[in-house]
Structure formats: structure tokens, C-alpha cells
Design a protein around this ligand. Structure first.
Ligand SMILES: Cc1cc2nc3c(=O)[nH]c(=O)nc-3n(C[C@H](O)[C@H](O)[C@H](O)COP(=O)(O)OP(=O)(O)OC[C@H]3O[C@@H](n4cnc5c(N)ncnc54)[C@H](O)[C@@H]3O)c2cc1C
Length: 408
């Protein structure tokens, strides 16, 4: 089975196959020098920012970020092609983790606008996102509200200013990807105080969504955060940040549902990215084990190596089936909460194992800065945490299972 054979699976249309091949050829050319180019994986913050901006622009010019926003942004309901999103992410991740990140954030950062923005807001932001001319960010998490995201405290108070309706935002958001380089942020904030359940947990009511431009007075970058696999990330702050009420996305109090709907669409593409990293690790491990002389043979001739390769290939294949099944079901309009959670967990967890095996197969070289498998080892880690950590996916799967067992 060759790397791209899965494109023949019945989950895809001819247009998907064509798209995946075109993205692959483009990325192969765009990132051709990468393996030997120290600048391709910059570590210092300014270079990371510049490299990320450049990738957004290049992805836009090549036409790929057009898939991050629905084809008809003026339409009554946003239609995402989840298979296309996952295929693009898998392909980009195979070639370049930062390109995958840049692509993913254009979608996640503008998803709430696609789903609930007014026609005027859609017109103002989406064409520039699709063209790679504006950088988007999704600002939900807070220091004390990550997995327990309903516990957010950032507030949006409605006021009147010179006869116009405005909201005044106060508080902080953290772990915000593209924080520091984004042109705008889709921000989730409380428009009414938290309601507590008897057990002390917070309900999801009273949260609303807004678009905030990066130049708005009262918005600032509180702190930049440096990651093991660098991409722009920051804690952002709102201090009496006044925005027109027309910048609200959807109805007041409906923000939590909007955040979850946005994540529901893009979570499958996280699994796609994990597949790209895992497949790259498998390809590197195959190449290296065939080339590495050992005990008068090659590393590939040793049965323990073969066992590792077999485990890697089987896990990647299983995760890929789950991922594209979830994407296919979603594109058919079905409710796929359980399938998406399974795909995200299976793909990210198995990718971590596959990459770890590849590092082991490379021996000492596997932990040297600049080696592809070393970069993959760092690239994969955050995917098991963001957009719902593995433990959260397990809770979702179990909840769905138990609910249907109770109904039966
Ligand atoms: C690289 C990166 C990029 C990110 N980008 C963004 C972004 O662009 N926008 C944004 O809003 N957020 C972003 N995040 C935040 C991300 O979504 C959170 O980190 C994630 O939701 C986990 O929250 P936390 O870090 O606060 O960990 P916690 O919520 O404190 O979780 C700690 C641990 O507890 C586990 N846990 C959770 N619930 C349970 C349970 N019921 N039982 C047992 N264990 C449990 C978790 O799985 C985890 O292992 C990003 C994070 C990272 C690392």
C-alpha cells in the first residue's frame, strides 16, 4: 500500500482526490528545501511570526485557504467540506507542521463568523481570510477555563455610547494561537454572570461571541508563549475594550453553542493533521531502516524493526479509516459527535506512538535538532491537548454510549 492509496477509498469524491493531489504537488515544491534548510523551522519568535505570515499568504495565493471558509459565505447556512479540510491538513502536515497550523487557524479562527456572522461581518472578514490576506484567531480558553470551558470569566457588558449600542470587554484569554499576529479574534465572553449547578460546576449559559479587531483600543497582547513546536501563541487582554454591538456573532447568550459547533467542524481536521505527522514518521522510518546497515544486514531485516513498522502502519491505517469516516458522515449532514471524538483521540494518540517508534528506529539521530522525526516528535504533542484533550474525548464517547444505552 502506497502513501496516497487511501484516496481511492469510497469516502472521497473525484474532486477530493484531485484536491489532495494538487495540495501534495504544491507542498512538495513549496517545502522542497525544508529537510536541509535551517530557516524552514525557525525557533526564535520573530522568525516564527514571519514564517507563519508567509505561509498564510502562500496558502491564500495557492487557493487552499479558500477551503477554510464555506464556498458560499453569503448563504443562509455555512457548508464546510470536512473531508477537504482533513485531507488538506493531512497533506500539509506531512510536508510542514507550520503550514498545517497556518491553514488550520484560518478556518478555526473564522469558523464562528461563517456559522453566525451577519452578512455585513461575513463580507468584511471572510474574503480576506480565504485569500490569506487577514489572519484569524479563536479566543475561547482562559487560565482557569480550558477543559472546563464554561467557566470562562472574560466579560462583555452592553452599554450605550453616543446613542449607539456597544459592548465593553474586560478580562484575559490564554493559549490563543496566532495571538500577536492575528488581524482579528473571535472572542467568547460572558454577557451574564455564571450560573452554578448544585455540584459547583458552571452551566454553559450567558456566553456570547464577538469579533474584535487587533487594533481596537483596549485590546493588547499580555504575554507571548513559546512552544516546543513553535507557532505564534499568546495571552491576550481586554481592558475596557469597546466594540460596536454589530460585532456580536449570533444571538446574545448563544456563544457557547457556537464555540462547540465551530470545534465540532474542525476537530476532525486535527485528526487529519495527526495522520500527516504519523504517515511522515512511518515513511521516514521505512527509508531509514532500509538504509541503515546493522549486524551485517540492514535495520529493516531485523524482526523487531519489522514489528515496529507493522504496528505503526496498522495504527495509522485504523486512525485514517476513523477520521475519514467521521468526515464523510459529517459531510452527509449526520450527527457525528461520537465518531469525531473517536477519530480525534485515535489519530492523535496513535500518531504519538508511531512518531515515538520512528524516533527509536533512528537511534541517536532521532533526538537531534533538525532531524525530521525529532521535529515530528515536538509537532504532535499539542494535538493530544488542544480542541479537547484525549480525556475529554473519552468522556464525550462514554456519554454518547451511555445515552444511547439508556434510550435502548
Ligand atoms: C498549542 C496550543 C494551542 C492552543 N490554541 C488555542 C486557541 O487557539 N484558542 C483557544 O481558545 N485555546 C487554545 N488552546 C487551549 C486548549 O484548548 C487547552 O489547552 C485545552 O482545552 C486544555 O485546557 P488546559 O490547558 O487548561 O488544561 P486543563 O483543562 O487544566 O486539563 C489538564 C488535564 O486534565 C484533564 N482533564 C480534563 N477533564 C478531565 C476529567 N473530567 N477527568 C480527568 N481528567 C480531565 C485534561 O485532559 C488534561 O490532561 C491551545 C492549547 C495549546 C497547547
Amino acid at each position: 500500500m502506497r502513501r496516497r492509496d487511501f484516496l481511492e477509498w469510497p469516502f472521497f469524491t473525484p474532486a477530493h482526490r484531485d484536491l489532495a493531489e494538487r495540495v501534495d504537488s504544491w507542498a512538495a515544491q513549496r517545502f522542497a528545501r525544508q529537510a536541509h534548510d535551517a530557516d524552514a523551522h525557525p525557533e526564535d519568535r520573530d522568525s516564527v511570526d514571519a514564517a507563519c505570515r508567509e505561509r498564510v499568504r502562500d496558502l491564500g495565493r495557492a487557493g487552499w485557504t479558500r477551503y477554510s471558509v464555506p464556498l458560499d459565505p453569503e448563504g443562509p447556512a455555512a457548508e464546510f467540506d470536512v473531508r477537504a479540510l482533513a485531507l488538506i491538513r493531512e497533506t500539509l502536515a506531512w510536508h510542514d507542521g507550520l503550514a498545517d497550523f497556518a491553514f488550520a487557524m484560518q478556518g478555526l479562527g473564522s469558523g464562528a463568523i461563517c456559522l453566525a456572522g451577519s452578512p455585513e461581518i461575513k463580507r468584511r472578514y471572510l474574503p480576506r481570510v480565504a485569500a490569506g490576506e487577514a489572519i484569524a484567531a479563536f479566543a475561547l480558553s482562559e487560565a482557569d477555563a480550558g477543559s472546563d470551558v464554561a467557566a470562562i470569566k472574560c466579560s462583555a457588558r452592553r452599554e450605550s455610547q453616543d446613542g449607539s449600542d456597544i459592548y465593553v470587554l474586560d478580562g484575559q484569554k490564554t493559549w490563543i494561537s496566532n495571538g500577536g499576529i492575528a488581524d482579528f479574534y473571535c472572542v467568547f465572553a460572558r454577557t451574564s454572570p455564571p450560573e452554578l449547578r448544585p455540584d459547583g460546576s458552571v452551566t454553559a449559559r450567558g456566553i456570547s461571541a464577538f469579533v474584535v479587531d487587533a487594533q481596537t483600543p483596549g485590546f493588547s497582547i499580555a504575554r507571548r508563549i513559546d512552544l516546543i513546536a513553535p507557532h505564534p501563541l499568546a495571552t491576550i487582554a481586554f481592558t475596557g475594550c469597546r466594540i460596536p454591538a454589530a460585532q456580536r456573532l449570533g444571538a446574545e447568550g448563544e456563544g457557547f453553542k457556537l464555540a462547540m459547533r465551530t470545534l465540532d467542524i474542525f476537530r476532525t481536521s486535527v485528526a487529519g493533521a495527526a495522520l500527516g505527522f504519523a504517515q511522515r514518521a512511518l515513511d521516514e522510518a521505512l527509508k531509514h531502516s532500509l538504509a541503515r546497515p546493522m549486524f551485517g544486514k540492514t535495520l529493516a531485516d531485523l524482526q523487531l524493526t519489522q514489528a515496529a513498522l507493522a504496528d505503526m502502519a496498522t495504527e495509522v491505517d485504523a486512525a485514517r479509516l476513523q477520521t475519514y469516516r467521521a468526515a464523510w458522515l459529517r459531510d452527509r449532514g449526520e450527527t457525528v459527535t461520537q465518531e469525531v471524538a473517536m477519530a480525534k483521540m485515535a489519530a492523535t494518540e496513535s500518531a504519538q506512538r508511531a512518531i515515538d517508534r520512528a524516533v527509536q528506529i533512528f537511534g541517536g539521530r532521532g533526538v537531534v535538532h533538525g532531524e525530521t522525526v525529532e521535529r515530528l516528535y515536538r509537532d504532535i504533542r499539542a494535538l493530544r491537548i488542544y480542541e479537547g484533550a484525549t480525556e475529554v474525548q473519552k468522556l464525550i464517547i462514554a456519554r454518547e454510549l451511555l445515552n444511547s444505552a439508556r434510550r435502548a
